[in-house]
Design a protein around this ligand. Structure first.
Ligand code: SIN
Length: 432
């Protein structure tokens, strides 16, 4: 396949990549959007059940900021948190509510129904039942498909970033500032490899949950974006801060996220003996910050020598549960658990990488022309532990800002000559 050239190359089609691609395309830039999955609708975004933190009647940017910093155990980057809480609500309004018309749940007076999740001081999360990420993603993908400036490559994997120091045939380029100028791409079907040269490159490849035995993440969350950026020489940090979600379904078929919103709506955690053990761990009980609940459950498993704890919502009305949590209800029922009458067996599982490729407030990495957004990036917002329902919000804010900056920030963009990719079929060096 022939090499290609574009203004903006976006790698990864989750919410962050999708927003960045659309924003850059609307600035009249040519965009190539690639995903290694068979469909754009993939990655963690469609799996995001809980919702997106907005702003509630008795809320303020400073209260939201305080909640994020407390949940992050005071390791957060305050400037990034400030950007999130001040720009996030406006972008939800402009992009999600007004432009994309996302049907967030409202009451009979057309007012948003706000839900609660752990460590939020007020109920500020808006949602589309338990399918918030899926519905937002479907709406934005429709827009992307109708935009002539975006070329979509489904089933193509980025396998390496092109940099002056690693790929230029001009040996003098090693003395230039570390710069990325594209990526090497594999066509998953034909196995052909080609280069995409781009003025700017935006990495939005998501998280790394699949590095763990048990995760709430889809199969594509393998940390490949971080690996590529690391090889290219980009600065990465906070990678030790992996968030474990306290409640994933404990079932032989595999883990499945049981949203924190279940506890936000009154679900309680019990050990195998029916004891509400979290009451002894934290004053907020089952709704304590996520890291504290995950550790509380881990301790309960050890104390009881039982493989799971139980999350009970069965005191709520059956019809209400089915309507509020249709995805969780159906998934559990398929596994033989009717959550309207029985508690759900749950355990913690790897959920979110709080660290990643270090970026500034514009989403720019330590390599020139390379941006990173969404879970693959580390803005520093989440510190050591992410506050619930801030991941879609971060994708929205940094996706928009990085898309805009990549499209409008003028910097020299030359394309050094590189060696052609060689598809080796024989052993080149027997010593290797
Ligand atoms: C959940 O619904 O519990 C997950 C939401 C999140 O990780 O922010």
């Amino acid at each position: 396949m022939k090499n290609k050239q574009t203004n903006i190359l976006v790698i990864g089609s989750g919410l962050a990549g999708a927003i960045a691609a659309l924003t850059a395309a609307e600035e009249n830039k040519k965009v190539i959007l690639i995903t290694k999955c068979k469909k754009l609708l993939s990655g963690n975004t469609p799996w995001a059940q809980g919702g997106i933190a907005y702003t509630a009647p008795k809320d303020s940017a400073s209260l939201f900021k305080k909640d994020i910093i407390n949940a992050g155990t005071k390791h957060s980057n305050e400037a990034a948190v400030h950007q999130l809480v001040t720009q996030g609500p406006k972008l939800i309004e402009d992009l999600l509510i007004n432009k994309l018309s996302i049907p967030f749940q409202t009451d009979e007076n057309k007012q948003f129904i706000f839900t609660s999740e752990a460590a939020h001081s007020v109920n500020r999360i808006i949602h589309c039942q338990d399918q918030t990420g899926l519905i937002i993603h479907e709406h934005i993908i429709k827009r992307i498909k109708n935009n002539n400036n975006i070329d979509i490559y489904e089933n193509y994997t980025a396998i390496d970033l092109l940099t002056y120091s690693h790929h230029s045939q001009n040996s003098m380029d090693i003395y230039k500032k570390p710069t990325c100028f594209g990526a090497i791409i594999l066509n998953n079907r034909s196995q052909g490899v080609f280069a995409v040269y781009a003025d700017k490159i935006i990495l939005a490849t998501g998280g790394l949950g699949q590095l763990y035995l048990h995760t709430t993440n889809p199969p594509e969350s393998k940390g490949d974006g971080i690996a590529m950026a690391w090889r290219a020489g980009a600065r990465c940090f906070n990678l030790q801060y992996i968030q474990f979600h306290p409640t994933s379904l404990f079932h032989e078929s595999g883990r499945f996220l049981i949203s924190e919103a279940v506890r936000g709506e009154g679900g309680k955690l019990y050990n195998v003996y029916g004891k509400e053990f979290m009451k002894e761990v934290h004053k907020s009980g089952s709704l304590a910050p996520r890291d504290i609940v995950a550790r509380g459950i881990h301790q309960a498993l050890i104390n009881t020598n039982h493989p799971c704890v139980y999350l009970d919502l069965s005191h709520k009305k059956k019809e209400w549960i089915k309507n509020r949590f249709p995805t969780i209800y159906k998934h559990c029922l398929d596994k033989g658990i009717d959550i309207t009458v029985k508690p759900i067996p749950v355990v913690p599982a790897a959920h979110y990488s709080c660290g990643g490729i270090g970026v500034n407030l514009l989403g720019r990495t330590s390599l020139k022309r390379l941006y990173a957004i969404g879970e693959v990036a580390c803005t520093g917002i989440h510190g050591a532990n992410r506050l619930a329902s801030t991941s879609l919000l971060e994708c929205l804010v940094w996706g928009y800002i990085a898309g805009k900056n990549a499209a409008t920030y003028k910097e020299e963009h030359d394309f050094p000559t590189i060696s052609q990719w060689r598809q080796e079929t024989k052993i080149i060096d027997p010593a290797l």
